[in-house]
Design a protein around this ligand. Structure first.
Ligand SMILES: NC(=O)c1ccc[n+]([C@@H]2O[C@H](COP(=O)([O-])OP(=O)(O)OC[C@H]3O[C@@H](n4cnc5c(N)ncnc54)[C@H](O)[C@@H]3O)[C@@H](O)[C@H]2O)c1
Length: 373
């Protein structure tokens, strides 16, 4: 079984999630498409990188991502750093011929995203963006039902992503435009856009509003008030290319909700509801049920009969979480490398999502529907 040496850049939240996935993937999916070897860990200082290497199980460490990217031992570069660093690292990694797993959103500007697409397509390496929610087994099962025609023609899609509601809480790099790009739209809205494109298809046009309801928040070591530089709420309507219509709301001021990505899909023959707060379930209603039996039924999607069930836990209902989701993402990425197939969603998909975000921002400024180029 082929081993792949991984260099991971960024030892924060995603560094932890991806390290768990590299360790866990062959334990869950066996035979594995490849064995990820946690080779080099990188963060901004030697101290941080050394500490993270010990914690996350990497053999070596560096504080210079350029050294990691150009190390001939490295096969896969994992970019788990804030958004404004993705482009420079990814372009260098592509030039060095490494496969790349990059966190979302792809970049802070569409120009950077396009340069990344050009670099990876020229290099011919596998590139995948970490839009992990399309890989929840229930979401993959929803896609299967749609592809089988169970819903018939899709009429409407309604997506929401409410990430929590601390209107008094402090801010970090996500609220700085130069580091994050868009705010809630880029951070969580892009996940919902990816899921909508995966399930329903390409976007034709959008009409939306971006708002910043909390204009300043405590920031930095002294927790002084600082301007929030991007949107904390995004809400937009969608015309899909296939004729379906829909909407997405992505909000960072949603008391009582914590990382709740959800959708409702209504078609001519039935409907599907999904809510990440109940991630091992899909609720379905079928139009050909007898009139006196109509309504939603809940399918349990967390067992061997459902997508990725061959690798996850043997008992339906035992529950999967974010860790398993990242393990699934890692499995699919190494499968694409091993089978020499396109990884999905790739950088081109991320660039297309970036174009959609720009169109939503333009619509918010002009009050008009904006066609997606
Ligand atoms: N897929 C998801 O569900 C999901 C969830 C959270 C974050 N993300 C994405 O993951 C990325 C990282 O987010 P996070 O929450 O892990 O951030 P974080 O702030 O927790 O961690 C980022 C780490 O990167 C390091 N870093 C910054 N610049 C660096 C550089 N030039 N070289 C080396 N290390 C550097 C920081 O010191 C920090 O340790 C972002 O793009 C974010 O949007 C995705």
């Amino acid at each position: 079984m082929k081993k792949y040496n991984v260099g991971l850049i960024g030892a924060g939240f995603m560094g932890k999630a991806h390290s768990l996935a590299y360790a866990g993937m062959p334990m869950f999916f066996w035979p594995a498409p490849g064995i990820p070897v946690r080779k080099i860990m990188c963060d901004v200082s030697d101290e941080l990188a050394k500490d993270a290497a010990a914690r996350f199980g990497f053999e070596k460490y560096t504080s210079k991502w350029q050294d990691l990217v150009n190390d001939p031992e490295i096969d896969v570069v994992d970019i788990s750093t804030p958004n404004n660093t993705h482009a420079e690292i990814a372009i260098a990694a592509a030039k060095a011929g490494k496969h790349i797993l990059c966190e979302k959103p792809i970049a802070t500007t569409t120009a950077d995203a396009f340069a990344m697409v050009e670099a990876v397509e020229k290099a011919g390496i596998k590139n995948q963006l970490a839009f992990n929610y399309r890989r929840v087994p229930a979401v993959v099962f929803a896609k299967k039902l749609i592809d089988e025609g169970v819903l018939g023609r899709i009429f409407t899609y309604r997506g929401t992503y409410f990430s929590g509601g601390d209107t008094k809480g402090g801010m970090g790099w996500r609220q700085l435009r130069s580091v994050a790009g868009y705010g809630s739209l880029g951070d969580i809205g892009t996940h919902s856009i990816d899921v909508a494109r995966y399930l329903i298809g390409d976007f034709e046009a959008v009409n939306g509003l971006l708002r910043t309801f909390v204009p300043e928040r405590p920031f930095g070591p002294k927790q002084e008030m600082h301007k929030v530089e991007n949107d904390d709420e995004a809400s937009f309507s969608i015309q899909f290319k296939n004729g379906a219509i829909g909407s997405i709301e992505a909000g960072g001021n949603s008391w009582g909700r914590n990382n709740q990505i959800a959708f409702e899909i209504y078609g001519e023959k039935g409907a599907i509801l999904f809510d990440y707060e109940h991630r091992d379930e899909l609720r379905v209603a079928f139009g050909d049920d007898p009139v006196d039996r109509r309504g939603f039924r809940t399918i349990s999607t967390g067992g061997p009969a459902h997508p990725y069930g061959n690798g996850l836990w043997p008992i339906d209902g035992i529950g999967i979480g974010y860790g398993e989701l990242k393990i699934i993402e890692c499995y699919d990425f190494f499968k694409a490398i091993a089978e020499n197939k396109e990884a999905t969603p790739n950088f081109r998909a991320g660039y297309e999502i970036s174009l959609i975000c720009d169109a939503i921002a333009q619509s918010s400024e002009t009050g008009k529907w904006i066609e997606i180029k």
